[in-house]
Design a binder for this molecule. Structure first.
Ligand code: SER
Length: 368
């Protein structure tokens, strides 16, 4: 296995491999899904392609490949482990009513083994013994279908057990045969064509190929790892979460979202607040104003975003000030005799509506 493959080289190898198999590269979209999509952010490479999976002809044809940035907050509690990031890149391929699942798996296997030199003995793929366990959907509604997940063994010794029983099996690539669409009422209708939609987690595979124990040690985090610990000494897990959330906040800002109390802006606000909560646990004087510009520039460059890097930190610092004020107010309000005992639903509503204190903030302040 080649231990020196950077994420960029890996993305290049992936795209070329599929271009050689007559796929056309499409430019990845921003994190903002197309209008009408049921989710706030693009969580998978297929989002921008939804209309084409549903039958509209794509201008570049029926075989596509791309690199798409994604944001997932469903696994937020897991961020900090070896494999979860909030913002990550997904390498994707699509057959829009062209070839079928087995061919896609065949090519996938070829790329992983011959193309990237992975020992086939370290791979594991799920097939469809039960549809419930092997079914992928984008959200409550939209295109979906049976999938086959490819796992790579990350342990030191020879592979053991199965992915459901041993988490040293890391899921790297999902091949979905998109056959159906789920409607608002929960029913499934066949799509006009059988598609294949695959997604490979770039940082996951890169870290495994680089022989690194977690996604936070692959090359995209190099500048973070060299600059952040010197600024803020943190335990390993907190360091990972702080770097992840900060980096994601920069990317979300770079895609044009601004902090707000609802929707996309609220996801951004929550990421920043979770990160500040960790940062302030040991030392409340820490400030985002100290963050080296280089980290902002590196992140915007990596995602080819054209926001002026100088505009990022002022927004983050304003969020920080706002959060400090809110915490201050929260502590004062919660010190009132009325809130000493257990809180009722009515209390939570009052604290939210009158004082702007979200439930999770109230809960964490009461644990201080
Ligand atoms: N849409 C599938 C997934 O996100 C494959 O790309 O796993």
């Amino acid at each position: 296995m080649n231990h020196h493959t950077t994420t960029e080289q890996l993305a290049g190898t992936f795209v070329e491999y599929f271009e050689e198999r007559e796929h056309r590269r499409i430019v990845g979209s921003t994190l903002l899904p197309p209008p009408g999509d049921p989710v706030l952010f693009t969580t998978s490479g297929m989002h921008p392609l939804t209309p084409y999976l549903e039958g509209r002809p794509h201008p570049l044809g029926r075989r596509l490949v791309n690199v798409q940035r994604c944001l997932r907050t469903t696994d937020l509690e897991e961020v900090g482990d070896a494999t979860h990031l909030t913002v990550f890149e997904m390498l994707g391929t699509w057959s829009l009513g062209d070839y079928d699942g087995p061919r896609s798996l065949d090519w996938g296997y070829g790329l992983l083994t011959e193309g990237l030199g992975i020992d086939p003995g370290r791979l594991y793929a799920t097939v469809e013994p039960t549809v419930e366990d092997n079914w992928w959907s984008n959200g409550p509604v939209g295109p979906c279908g049976p999938d086959s997940e490819i796992f790579l063994w990350s342990g030191d010794g020879p592979p053991e057990s199965t992915p459901t029983r041993d988490d040293r099996w890391v899921e790297v690539w999902n091949h979905v045969t998109m056959t159906h669409r789920r409607l608002d009422d929960g029913s499934l209708v066949p799509l006009p064509q059988r598609n294949v939609d695959t997604g490979l987690g770039l940082e996951r595979l890169a870290s495994l190929l680089q022989g690194k124990p977690s996604v936070f040690e692959c090359d995209v985090f190099d500048p973070w790892r060299s600059l952040v610990p010197a600024l803020w000494p943190l335990d390993e897990r907190s360091l990972r979460v702080v770097c992840d959330h900060l980096r994601s906040a920069v990317v979300v800002l770079g895609d044009g979202v601004r902090p707000a109390n609802t929707g996309q802006g609220y996801v951004l606000r929550r990421l920043v607040r979770r990160m500040l909560t960790l940062l302030w646990r040991d030392d409340p004087s820490r400030s985002l104003g100290d963050l080296p510009d280089e980290l902002v520039r590196h992140t915007l460059d990596h995602f080819r975003q054209d926001m002026d890097p100088g505009d990022v930190l002022p927004i983050l610092c304003e969020e920080e000030r706002r959060f400090r004020r809110l915490l201050e107010r929260g502590r004062q309000v919660l010190a009132r005799p009325r809130f000493r005992g257990p809180l009722t639903e009515e209390d939570f509503h009052y604290l939210h509506d009158t004082h702007g204190l979200p439930r999770e903030l109230v809960t964490s302040l009461r644990q201080e």
